[in-house]
Design a binder for this molecule. Structure first.
Ligand code: FES
Length: 63
């Protein structure tokens, strides 16, 4: 398994993160470690910062 993390902006959708990353608070403490997930960039997700698919119903279109 590669240590390299891939971040891909999806057309009119989320930011897909492939790999394992640590979520760190303001003090530098690891609060969660997560593998392969999507981040919301449309603002409509009810599970922010993660994408829950709401961008489809919201009709999100990126510039
Ligand atoms: S990008 Fe998917 S819910 Fe916002």
């Amino acid at each position: 398994m590669s240590d390299k993390v891939k971040i891909q902006v999806k057309k009119n959708g989320s930011v897909r993160v492939t790999g394992t990353v640590d979520f760190v608070d303001a003090e530098g403490n690891v609060i969660e470690t997560k593998t392969d997930f999507s981040l919301c960039r449309c603002g409509a997700s009810k599970e922010k910062p993660f994408c829950d698919g709401s961008h489809r119903d919201a009709g999100f279109v990126a510039d």
